[in-house]
Design a protein around this ligand. Structure first.
Ligand code: SF4
Length: 371
């Protein structure tokens, strides 16, 4: 099937799923729809995915895998080994140096996390559990015959005082400092309500979510000054490459006009060691945990939101219209912008370059996949 900007009919398209005969409303699907209905159409109705998008999620998925294994009882060494095994061979399309640096980030972020929380008293009651529950019409109390809520919890944990919480782990590039907006937003975060509801539905007496966040490093590989055999830096002429000396004949130790310090890139191992040292020096910059409670009023408001959103999606499907939400904060981060903003027709028999049609639009729900 093909579509253009004026031909966004949805007949013949299906939200591909291998999990349920009903259409699944996951946190990812609902947040995609809230961001932009046209994006939802590409992603969940056409099952069109960018291959590059999968690569962008690679680091978070690798970290998640290590955390999952560790939570299930693997040693830190085994968890890190498994998390980084996907980096053993650098694909042809990737830059080898960047690939190795990313591997160091995964390995040392995990090593730092295990060091930080290795002695915590959390009991892992459940790890990586997929769930499904009915979507209820708040007016009639009846179950939807079109939609079902679904997701995968990272875990259920019991604190030392016996309280049970849903565990939600995130790897983020955002500031997670105690006063950052990150925590303010979570007060109203839909995923927290959704996962609290799911745990209650499954019979677990939870009061909210333990949000466990890892911040991606902001430090980057740097240039290391080259040293001569006596341990002195080497300053060279930018044009000729000749070493520069002071008037007294001693080698220059800083670059003046037309000169530069001779350097080499930091090796991945050196970068990894520097990253781990930085994590040990300021663990709170990299790791934060916080309990985010949900009251019954919050949950009821969320039930209404879910129903409202399902109605909106049904409406879009009925009309075959999925309107755009054009804006810097949406389109700049959208994997479909090249297609959408130029109204490029999508032929599902021959997807545009860099895209593929996936057989499962909710891979995060499958065993072994990341949420
Ligand atoms: S490019 Fe913008 S309008 Fe188009 S699908 Fe993406 S977010 Fe929506």
């Amino acid at each position: 099937m093909a579509h253009g900007s004026q031909n966004l009919v949805s007949e013949g398209t299906t939200a591909v799923t291998k999990h349920s005969p009903l259409r699944l409303l996951t946190h990812s699907a609902m947040s995609c729809a809230r961001r932009c209905l046209r994006q939802y159409f590409y992603r969940y109705e056409l099952a069109l995915r960018s291959r590059r998008d999968a690569a962008a999620l690679r680091l978070g998925a690798a970290v998640h895998k290590g955390l999952e294994l560790w939570s299930k009882g693997a040693t830190p060494e085994a968890a890190i080994l498994a998390a980084t095994e996907g980096y053993a061979v650098c694909p042809a399309w990737a830059d080898l140096y960047d690939w190795q640096i990313e591997r160091e980030i995964v390995a040392n972020l995990l090593a730092g996390y295990f060091w930080r929380y290795g002695t915590d008293t959390l009991e892992y009651v459940e790890v990586e559990k997929s769930w499904e529950m009915p979507l209820i019409n708040p007016a009639s109390g009846r179950e939807s015959r079109t939609y079902q809520l679904a997701g995968k919890r990272d875990g259920l944990v019991r604190a030392g005082d016996g309280r049970l919480s849903v565990l939600e782990r995130k790897t983020t590039g955002d500031d997670i400092g105690p006063d950052s907006d990150y925590w303010l937003r979570l007060r109203c975060d839909q995923q927290i309500s959704l996962y609290t509801l799911s745990a209650l539905h499954d019979g677990h007496d939870v009061s909210g979510v333990l949000y466990d966040v890892l911040r991606k490093p902001t430090i980057r590989p740097r240039q290391i000054p080259l040293l001569d055999e006596t341990g002195l830096k080497v300053v060279v002429d930018e044009q000729t490459g000749e070493r520069m000396f002071n008037k007294d004949g001693k080698p220059r130790q800083s670059a003046g006009a037309g000169m530069k310090l001779a350097t080499r890139p930091e090796t991945p191992d050196e970068f990894g060691a520097r990253l781990l040292a930085d994590i040990e020096e300021r663990p709170d910059y990299y790791f934060q945990r916080r309990e985010v409670p949900r009251l019954e009023d919050d949950l009821q408001a969320f039930r209404l939101e879910c129903w409202q959103q399902a109605q909106m999606l049904s409406d879009c499907r009925r009309w075959g219209r999925w309107f755009r939400n054009v804006g810097r904060n949406t389109c700049s981060f959208c994997e479909y912008s090249r297609l959408c903003l130029q109204s490029i027709t999508v032929d599902l028999e021959a997807p545009p370059g860099g895209f593929e049609i996936v057989s499962d639009v909710h891979p995060e729900l499958s065993e072994g996949e990341e949420s």
